[in-house]
Design a protein around this ligand. Structure first.
Ligand code: AGP
Length: 609
């Protein structure tokens, strides 16, 4: 998500704004910029990449003034380039705007501004439309111009506006995206979130939806949708800056685990047309091209690879197309059977994993059609793909991938259902059965999260174990692999996953009284099989904790403890089943005093081979 920071007062605005933007880095971004109002009018500085690049630019091309707005951009409309970075201005550069969110009707406004008013656009962004609109409405009163312009916008947005002709005020508007005002001594602040201003003030106003706020250095005036002044209580911030960045959570990982319902909702909602059919925005795969696909290759690393295993099941089950799943670092060296009739799907949260990127290039060289499932707009994998299917999980900061994983699985199900509908391979009622359950997953995951205390209790009991086995069958085997990876990468416990049916082919020799086995048993259709696996494991003296659906009595009878997930269809169970394992890994690592968000030896994006 983007970040906004603004200041008006008696100090130089630039340092305060940059400092505020740095406290918003956790929101994820790929470019940054500032607009400072000084005696030379509005001075705009923008840079791609880290805020340090912007600071370097501002050292080379200094700006000065006591009023300004700044922005860190998480690209949605338009690649992360300097031109697309915020702030955006009107044509004569007298109005500058920073913006969080999406202007849903920006396309028609863009056309109207171009056709009716001859506006020339510099960027691909929706935000630039706002700057031109305000410039058009400006008749000497910035507040009025903003009122008028905003009345033409639809979508979710928070905006900050400054004007060269009125260098003593900031006007800001909130409509769904968060916005707060900080109250200082002879100065005031604007920001998307509390951390940006905690260093300077702890008295704030929360701006509510459809409200506009006029900020001068001595006064803050809030207006409702009817442009009437409203009173607002001052909120006194007590949390420290670190806690504020994590939304009050102790770590980014737990914050992102809790963001999964919202991430799945955003990933699904843009992909259904008015008739409830799947529409793949950003994907140009035509029905004809789809019918020419003879094989699908899914290639990724780590957690993304585990999502690929679920994707194999979904595409084969629904679309009837054979799927190979491969680890990127292996794919590249096995001279794979890839050609123009191959759909190569690469999955990557960061879109910068070098193994995955090199595998993508290998597949392209062999003529494959490349479709990527990525969380970072404009990343290398996204740019080098023929089609991109974004997970709208929002920035994932913790090294351990959680919300990206569940949204990757959702994207793969949507893709499989789309392909099946196009190929006509869906059984009667199958689409509705699966799609309806997929749409229920945010609510089902909220139910899982509400059971966190039960998970904490189990973590307390088992966190001293140094060896933990994860077993499962079918889709549960893939979740067993992901559950083991979560545990090992943040708690440093030796966690080992294996398909339950494979145990007896050697690995079972390791089981004894001290072994803890976590059994994934969410697949109702495989219950009898997994029960016999639990029995064979118990017979060796191991302790068994099973993960099963509410009411799975046979599983419970055979297990020492059970982690329950709400009843759901087998196909969708993996999206739920991973959440208790994420929570379990988190609480075990916390009890073991590990550095949860930045585990030793690991990087969030592995850009080396
Ligand atoms: C998962 O928790 C790990 N951080 C790691 O396995 C990760 O999934 C892998 O490095 C792939 O990263 P990507 O999705 O950004 O390509």
């Amino acid at each position: 998500m983007c970040g906004i920071a603004g200041y008006i007062g008696e100090e130089q605005a630039r340092e305060i704004i940059i400092d505020g933007l740095k406290r918003l880095e956790y929101r994820g971004y790929d470019s940054a910029g500032v607009a400072i109002a000084g005696d030379k009018g509005l001075q705009i500085r923008k840079a791609v990449g880290r805020i340090e690049n912007l600071e370097k630019l501002m050292a080379e091309e200094p700006v000065s003034g006591n009023l300004g707005i700044g922005h860190t951009r998480w690209a949605t409309h338009g690649e992360p380039t300097k031109v697309n970075a915020h702030p955006h201005t009107n044509e004569d550069g007298t109005i500058a705007v920073v913006h969080n969110g999406i202007i849903e009707n920006y396309a028609e406004l863009r056309t109207w501004l171009k056709d009716e008013h001859g506006v020339t656009f510099k960027s691909e962004t929706d935000t630039e439309v706002i700057a031109h609109l305000i410039g058009l409405m400006y008749k000497g009163d910035l507040l009025e111009a903003v009122f008028e312009a905003v009345s033409k916008l639809s979508g979710a947005y928070a905006i900050g506006v400054v004007c060269a002709d009125e260098p003593d005020r900031i006007v800001a508007v909130r409509n769904d995206a968060p916005l707060i005002v900080g109250l200082g001594e002879n100065c005031n602040f604007l920001a998307s979130d509390i951390p940006a201003m905690l260093k300077y003030c702890r008295s704030i106003y929360f701006i509510e939806n459809c409200e506009t706020v006029l900020i001068t250095k001595d006064e803050v005036t809030i207006f409702n949708a009817k442009r009437e002044k409203v009173k607002r209580d001052i909120y006194h911030v007590t949390m420290d800056a670190d806690a504020a960045e994590k939304g009050g959570h102790d770590h980014f990982m737990i914050k992102e685990i809790y963001e999964q319902p919202q991430g799945i909702l955003k990933t699904i909602e843009r992909r259904l047309d008015e008739n409830g059919r799947v529409k793949l925005d950003g994907i140009k795969l035509t029905r004809k091209e789809l019918s020419d696909i003879e094989r699908v290759y899914i290639v990724a690393c780590g957690t993304a690879y585990h999502a690929g295993l679920i994707g194999k099941y979904a595409i084969e089950r629904f679309a009837g197309i054979p799927v190979e799943v491969d680890i990127a670092s292996e794919f590249r060296y096995r001279n794979p059977f890839v050609n123009a009739k191959t759909l190569f799907i690469c999955i990557s949260q960061s879109g910068e994993t070098l193994d995955t990127l090199m595998a993508l290039r290998e597949a392209k060289k062999k003529g494959a059609r490349v479709l990527s499932i990525v969380n970072v707009v404009g990343s290398s994998v996204a740019r080098e793909s023929d089609d991109v299917f974004y997970t709208w999980a929002g920035p994932e900061i913790a090294v351990a991938s959680t919300k990206a994983f569940t949204t990757q699985m959702v994207c793969l199900y949507l893709l499989a259902l789309y392909m099946a509908a196009e190929n006509g391979t869906l059984e009667e009622g199958q689409f509705t059965r699966v799609m309806d359950e997929l749409k229920r997953t945010p609510e089902l995951i909220r139910e899982v999260l509400s059971r966190e205390n039960a998970i904490k209790k189990i973590a307390k009991r088992i966190y001293k174990n140094e060896n933990v086995f994860f077993i499962g069958r079918g889709l549960d085997a893939s979740i067993a692999f992901e559950g083991a990876l979560k545990l090992k990468e943040i708690s440093y416990i030796h966690a080992f996953a294996i398909a339950a049916g494979e145990l007896k082919h050697g690995t079972i020799a390791l089981l004894d009284m001290d072994t803890l086995v976590i059994t994934l048993a969410s697949q109702t259709a495989l219950n009898d099989k997994i029960v016999s696996n639990i029995k064979e494991v118990k017979a060796r003296g191991a302790e068994v904790i099973s993960l099963a659906k509410d009411g799975a009595v046979k599983i419970a009878d055979e297990s020492d403890d059970v982690i329950y997930i709400p009843e759901c269809i087998d196909e969708v169970a993996p999206i739920l089943a991973i959440v208790p394992l994420q929570l379990l890994a988190y609480h075990i690592a916390k009890l073991r005093g590990c550095d949860i968000d930045k585990p030793k030896n690991l990087a969030k994006s592995v850009t080396v081979e």
